[in-house]
Design a protein around this ligand. Structure first.
Ligand SMILES: O=C(O)C(=O)C[C@]1(C(=O)O)C=C[C@@H](O)C=C1
Length: 269
């Protein structure tokens, strides 16, 4: 079975997927939700999705899909993101890319192309594809995608030198593991009272388990109702992580806790 990730060929997700699969094992999907669904439904052995960027923050589509579908996180892949501006010539009036990439280059675009129209498309590679078909369009994406008539008009255009994205490698629930240096959970407390969030975090602090990310997302039930995504520096094989989680499960007894799994981190270029 295949590994699915965001297409077409040449996305940053595709590059990250190279850490877990060879090119002939990779299949492309048009949206993050399609990738999570393919893994949850057993149509793919692995899925690779972006979760967080150092400039733009969380990829909310991923967070929401992970809260809704039962999949395991089995690895984290971190890759540097160095964007190029790719076009047939400097005579373009539209810049097309994935919303995350456009946001990561916002200051550059405001300074150098203040009059350009901005077009959000499904992935960076899709924006570059449009630039290849239409001389009035430039795409933002990895410079290796400058093939055919496309040139790299500018390199390293992200607003910070160190731009990096974390990706999760997803697998069907049966592949969930307690082994690994990090773990991720989604908690829906099903309650709202003063100090609730503090209560949810204290079990980790009490045992010296470092929290590496806390993110709240609307539950979708009603305004002001949230679920929380937690990443911790600790594996579920560790007694301290299990004990902290057991306390969290008690606090969330009117809601639910999803263990996404424990995993190791890999840096790839
Ligand atoms: O469009 C792509 O190339 C993707 O793989 C998506 C994505 C993202 O959603 O964050 C991945 C890495 C970069 O941060 C920009 C875009």
């Amino acid at each position: 079975m295949h590994t699915v990730t965001l297409g077409p060929s040449g996305t940053y997700s595709h590059r990250a997927a190279g850490a877990v699969a060879t090119d002939d094992e990779i299949e492309f999907r048009e949206s993050i939700r399609d990738i999570v669904d393919a893994v949850a439904d057993g149509d793919a052995a692995r899925g690779v999705v972006p979760i967080e960027n150092s400039i733009e923050g969380s990829v909310t589509e991923t967070l929401d899909a992970l809260a809704e579908r039962d999949v395991a996180v089995v690895r984290e892949v971190i890759t540097p993101i160095k964007h190029g501006l790719l076009a047939q010539s400097e005579e373009f009036d539209t810049v097309a890319s994935h919303p995350q990439a456009l946001a990561q280059c916002r200051e550059y675009l405001d300074e150098h192309y203040p009059d350009a129209s901005i077009e959000a498309v499904a992935s960076t590679a899709r924006g570059v594809e449009l630039a290849g078909e239409d001389p009035s369009v430039a795409g933002i994406g990895h410079p290796d995608n400058a093939t055919g008539d496309l040139k790299v008009i500018a390199a390293d255009i992200q607003d910070r030198r160190s731009n990096a994205t974390r990706f999760f490698v997803l697998a069907p629930p049966a592949a969930r593991s307690d082994a690994g240096g990090k773990s991720s959970f989604v908690v829906y407390p099903g309650a709202n009272y003063p100090g609730l969030l503090l209560e949810l975090l204290e079990p980790f602090a009490d045992r010296g388990v470092n929290l590496t990310r806390v993110e709240s997302r609307p539950s979708g039930e009603h305004l002001g109702d949230y679920l929380f995504h937690l990443d911790v520096d600790g594996g579920l094989f560790e007694e301290r992580t299990q004990a902290a989680l057991a306390e969290v499960e008690e606090i969330a007894e009117n809601g639910w806790v999803r263990k996404l799994g424990s995993y190791d981190v890999e840096h790839v270029v």
